[in-house]
Design a protein around this ligand. Structure first.
Ligand SMILES: [Zn+2]
Length: 304
């Protein structure tokens, strides 16, 4: 069975242990490309890992990556925990990946999304330490409340459905963030991923980095924007979006978001944002998420 390659660098010891994962979804390749670039930079000496441990998983779902599919049997970024009796291909991957994530002090999980739109970071509970790590990556958009937005709506009926890479990694006390680097096909997503990697290495003091590698442009421009996720809408039936939504598009309360062929409509429950819309998604899958403006950064728990 095809299992992920794992590379490790650094002197170890008591320093931070940063794990960077790419292609948890096999069709999201920007993280893999950025990690490959990082490996070349380490090989040619432009980046030296001088403290702690850096673990790289360039392709977390190798078979799905090879077939350019999101997953083989089930979404690897849901229901993530070690499986005593693995059945699906992704169950076997869980057992490999969870063992790595348990040893991390920090996780940077690199993804991309379908619609056009700006990069953003998924935040966990309101911990200052994790928020500081997330803000160091250099993107300006953030979303939180992923698990809450699922409560009672889990398609599988399993309350662990919303537990993915970061949620699992946090169980052992680590700081873990998902970076959605941009649209799958946008070459800029690779740049976002690579600059975020450099920023993470620098923030954690793991590496000396050739300053020429840092892009003189900021990864994203404009003021920080934080969204609390409130809803997930499944594509229950054939239907269409009211507009070709982009990620993080702002909508007013009551605005028509989508219509099913049955005539049933989905309207914006509040003033808020359309998150990760996938108009031509398969029936039964997540069609889009919804969230509202949040004051997350003003209410952080200072405890580590
Ligand atoms: Zn993804």
């Amino acid at each position: 069975m095809k299992m992920p390659d794992v590379l490790q660098f650094g002197p170890g010891g008591n320093g931070p242990h940063l794990v960077i994962s790419g292609a948890v979804h096999g069709n999201e390749k920007c993280g893999t490309t950025a990690i490959d670039r990082l490996i070349r930079c380490i090989d040619d000496g432009r980046i030296a890992i001088i403290s702690g441990t850096l673990t790289l998983i360039p392709i977390s779902n190798p078979l799905a990556f090879q077939l350019n599919k999101r997953f083989i049997d089930r979404n690897l970024n849901r229901n993530m925990y070690p499986k005593e009796h693995p059945q699906a291909y992704e169950d076997y991957l869980d057992n490999e990946l969870c063992a790595i994530f348990r040893k991390a002090s920090h996780l940077l999980d690199l993804h991309s999304f379908t619609a056009p739109g700006e990069a953003f970071v998924f935040l966990g509970p309101p911990r200052k330490s994790e928020a500081d790590f997330a803000r160091a990556l250099g993107v300006r958009n953030f979303a939180h409340g992923w698990q809450d937005s699922y409560k009672g709506k889990e398609k599988s009926g399993n309350p662990l459905e919303s537990q993915g890479t970061t949620e699992y990694t946090r169980l052992s006390g680590a700081l873990a963030v998902t970076l959605e680097c941009g649209s799958h096909k946008d070459p800029e997503a690779v740049e976002v991923a690579f600059q975020a990697i450099l920023n993470a290495l620098e923030y954690l003091g793991l590496a000396t980095i050739d300053p020429d590698l840092f892009d003189p442009r900021p990864v994203s421009q404009g003021p920080e924007q934080v969204v609390r996720m409130t809803d997930v809408f499944y594509k229950e039936d054939e239907g269409r979006f009211a507009k070709p939504w982009k990620n993080m598009d702002f909508v007013k309360k009551g605005e028509l978001l989508a219509t099913f062929n049955s005539g049933k409509q989905i309207q914006a429950p509040e003033d808020g944002f359309v998150i990760m819309p996938v108009e031509h998604e398969k029936i039964g899958e997540e069609w889009f998420h919804f969230g509202v403006k949040s004051d997350f950064f003003e209410k952080l728990d200072p405890k580590p």
